[in-house]
Write a protein that binds this ligand. Structure first.
Ligand code: HEC
Length: 110
């Protein structure tokens, strides 16, 4: 029994590794995971803002107000912070911030 579950675990691990390597959406999945872990508590899982986030002044990511801002503007807000929005410069890699901007764009298309 123990041996079987170990093998299942290995198979799952292998499958996950293969998905991560082969899937072109691996980056998007990374951004989604980062967003869920670090941003969703204020911005909501769907980017529309959690009760706490909206109280602090966060805007609906799917709204025109946010989407009309350029990638560069959104990148600056994420890396340098704005108002009650924490700065992620040094906490996230530049590439991760770029992926998050793309992820925020994707939220609006849903
Ligand atoms: C502690 C709550 C909090 C967390 C955590 C947080 N934000 Fe924010 N964020 C805010 C607030 C509040 C604003 C509005 C700032 C303003 O306009 O004064 C904001 C603004 C933004 C904006 C500009 C659009 C807007 O709503 O005005 C982007 C883009 C953004 N955040 C992305 C992120 C990303 C990506 C993360 C995770 C890496 C994140 N935020 C984590 C609170 C948060």
């Amino acid at each position: 029994m123990k041996c079987l579950s170990l093998r299942m675990g290995l198979v799952t691990l292998l499958a996950c590794g293969m998905i991560a390597v082969c899937s072109s959406s691996a980056v998007a999945q990374d951004a989604a995971a980062t967003f869920k872990a670090k941003c969703a508590m204020c911005h909501g899982a769907d980017g529309k803002g959690s009760a706490m986030g909206v109280k602090m002044g966060a805007h609906d990511f799917t709204s025109a107000d946010v989407q009309k801002q350029t990638d560069a503007q959104l990148t600056v807000i994420i890396s340098k912070g704005k108002g009650k929005m924490p700065a992620y410069d040094g906490k996230l890699k530049d590439a991760e911030i770029t992926d998050l901007v793309a992820f925020i764009r994707g939220l609006a298309k849903k």
